[in-house]
Design a protein around this ligand. Structure first.
Ligand code: PFF
Length: 471
C-alpha cells in the first residue's frame, strides 16, 4: 500500500519541527530554565541537544527512511517478524498513544483560554480571579472532556487527510504562522516600557546563577521530550521522506528551530514577568494564571493574550498530529487503510482521554496512590517510556542495524564529511545510551539528585564543592 511521501524536504522539516515545537517549549522550558538559574542552564541544554538529542533524532530518521516503515514495521523489515526488538517499536506506539490522552487535555484548556480572550473575559481581572477561573476550568468535567475532544477531533481530521493533503498541507501553513506570532510577541517584549526585555536577556545569558549537578538530568529529559524523540515520531516522519533529501541537514534544522522557539518563549515570558518583578512559577500556574494576568496589564493586553494562546494551541496541534500519526502508521503498515487506522486509534485515544480529562474533579483526583490518571500517564511517558525508547533506538541503530544500510542512509542525499558520521556513531552507540541509563537510574531512585549534586561539585574541585554544599 502507498503510505505517502512528503512533497519536499522543507515540508518534512516543517512537519518534524511541528512535532518538536509544542507545549514543552513554551510552558516547560522557560520554567526549568528559571529554576536552574538561567545562562549556565541554557548552555547545558544546548550541549544536551547537540550531544544527545540531535544524534538520537537523526538515528530515528535514518531508521525510518531506510525502511520506509513506522517503528514496528522498521524492526520487522530489518530483524524479521519474530524479533524481540519489535518490543521497541510497540513501546513507541504505546507511548505516543498514551501521551495524546493527556496532551489533549492541556490543549483543551488552551482552547478555552482562546475563547475567553476572544470575549474579553480577562479584562480587569484580579490575580486571584485567574486562579479561581483556572481551578473551576480544570475541575469541570464537561469543559475538559469537550476541550480534549475538540483537540483530538482536529488532529484526527488532519491525519485523515494523509501525509501530503493532511500533515504537510497544515504544517506548511501553521508553522510559519506559529513562528510569525512568536517573533511578533518577541518584538513586542523588546519595545515594552518596562526594563523586562533587557532583564530577560541578562538572565538568560548571564553566568552568575548556580547550576546544580542534577540540572543535567532535567536538561536531558527535556531535550528528549522537546525534540519528540524516543517514541517513534521522528522515525515515522522520516519514513515518509524520499531518498534524495539530506537527512543530516534536516535533523540539524529541526533541532535548531525547536531550540530557537524555546529560547524565544523564554524571552517573551521572562520579559513580562521579570519586567513586572514577578516570579516565574510552575508550568500550569505560569501559563494559565500568572501570564494571562500579567499580559492583560499591557496596553494591548487582550491582543497579547489572544496571540499567546493561539500560539500555544498551534504548537500543541502540530505536535498532537504526530502523536496520532505514530499509532495510525502502525495499523497502516499492517495493511489497514488510513481512514480505518486513524478512526480506530482516534476512538481508543478518546476513551482513555476521558479519565485524564476528569482528573481535576474530586472523584478522579487521586486514583493511583495519590496520583491522578493524568499525572500517572504523564509521568509514565516522560519519566520512563521516552528515555527507554531513546535508549533502545540508540542500541538498535548503533549495533543491530546493518553497517552498510546505516552508512548508506546517512550519506544518501547528504554531503556530510566522514568524520561527522564517525562522531555521530560514537554518540549513538556509547555516549547517548550511557547518559540515558543514568537518567533512568535517577528516575528509578537508584541515584538521587543530591548524589548527583555532590558528585558534580566534587568533580569541579573541592573549594567549589564546599561553596555549593554549604547552604
Ligand atoms: N515535543 C513536544 C513538546 O515539546 O511539547 C511533545 C511531543 C510531541 C513529544 C510528539 C513526543 C512526540 F512524539
Amino acid at each position: 500500500m502507498n503510505r505517502g511521501h512528503w512533497g519536499s524536504r522543507l515540508a518534512f522539516v516543517l512537519a518534524a519541527a511541528g512535532s518538536a515545537i509544542g507545549l514543552g517549549n513554551i510552558w516547560k522550558f522557560p520554567y526549568i530554565t528559571y529554576v536552574n538559574g538561567g545562562g549556565k542552564f541554557v548552555i547545558l541544554y544546548l550541549f544536551c541537544i547537540l550531544l544527545v538529542g540531535l544524534p538520537v533524532m537523526l538515528a530515528e530518521m535514518i531508521l525510518g527512511r531506510s525502511t520506509q516503515k513506522g517503528p514496528v514495521g522498521s524492526v520487522e523489515h530489518i530483524s524479521g517478524k519474530k524479533s524481540g526488538w519489535r518490543g521497541m517499536g510497540m513501546l513507541g506506539v504505546f507511548a505516543s498513544f498514551s501521551m495524546m490522552t493527556f496532551y489533549g487535555v492541556v490543549a483543551g484548556w488552551v482552547l478555552s483560554y482562546i475563547v475567553l480572550s476572544l470575549i474579553g473575559r480577562f479584562n480587569g481581572m484580579q490575580a486571584s480571579e485567574f486562579s479561581t477561573l483556572f481551578t473551576s476550568l480544570a475541575s469541570s468535567p464537561w469543559l475538559n472532556v469537550g476541550g480534549s475532544t475538540v483537540f483530538l477531533g482536529l488532529s484526527l481530521a488532519i491525519v485523515l487527510g494523509g501525509v501530503k493533503q493532511g500533515l504537510e498541507k497544515f504544517c506548511n501553513v501553521l508553522m510559519p504562522v506559529l513562528i510569525g506570532i512568536m517573533v511578533l510577541l518577541c518584538v513586542n517584549s523588546m519595545f515594552s516600557e518596562s526594563e523586562g526585555f533587557s532583564k530577560a536577556i541578562k538572565f538568560m545569558f548571564s553566568m552568575d546563577g548556580e547550576l546544580k549537578g542534577h540540572a543535567i538530568l532535567e536538561a536531558l529529559g527535556h531535550a528528549f521530550f522537546s525534540l519528540s524523540i524516543g517514541m517513534g515520531a521522528m522515525l515515522t516522519y522520516g519514513s515518509y521522506m524520499s531518498k534524495d533529501g539530506d537527512l543530516v541537514k534536516s535533523a540539524v534544522l529541526v533541532a535548531f528551530l525547536d531550540t530557537f522557539v524555546a529560547l524565544m518563549a523564554c524571552i517573551i515570558i521572562f520579559s513580562t514577568l521579570l519586567g513586572h518583578g514577578v516570579e516565574v512559577g510552575q508550568s500550569v500556574g505560569l501559563v494559565f494564571q500568572t501570564l494571562p494576568y500579567e499580559f492583560a496589564k499591557a496596553s494591548y493586553g487582550s491582543l497579547i493574550n489572544l496571540s499567546f494562546f493561539i500560539l500555544l494551541f498551534l504548537a500543541a496541534l502540530t505536535s498532537g498530529i504526530s502523536l496520532v500519526e505514530v499509532p495510525a502508521a502502525y495499523l497502516i503498515d499492517k495493511g489497514y487503510t488510513r481512514n480505518t487506522s486513524t478512526l480506530i486509534i482516534g476512538g481508543l485515544i478518546w476513551i482513555i482521554s476521558i479519565p485524564c480529562a476528569l482528573s481535576g474533579t474530586p472523584e478522579w483526583n487521586a486514583v493511583f496512590g495519590g496520583w491522578s490518571f493524568f499525572d500517572t500517564m504523564d509521568n509514565m511517558v516522560s519519566w520512563y517510556l521516552l528515555p527507554l525508547g531513546g535508549l533502545l533506538i540508540c542500541l538498535y541503530v548503533g549495533f543491530v542495524m546493518p553497517d552498510k544500510m546505516r552508512k548508506n542512509e546517512y550519506f544518501t542525499g547528504s554531503s556530510s564529511a566522514q568524520i561527522f558520521y564517525t562522531v555521530w556513531l560514537i554518540l549513538v552507540r556509547f555516549i547517548a545510551p550511557m547518559i540515558v541509563v543514568v537518567i533512568m537510574l535517577n528516575k528509578l531512585g537508584f541515584i538521587t539528585n543530591q548524589e548527583f549534586d555532590s558528585y558534580f561539585s566534587s568533580m569541579l574541585g573541592s573549594s567549589k564543592s564546599q561553596e555549593s554544599i554549604t547552604p
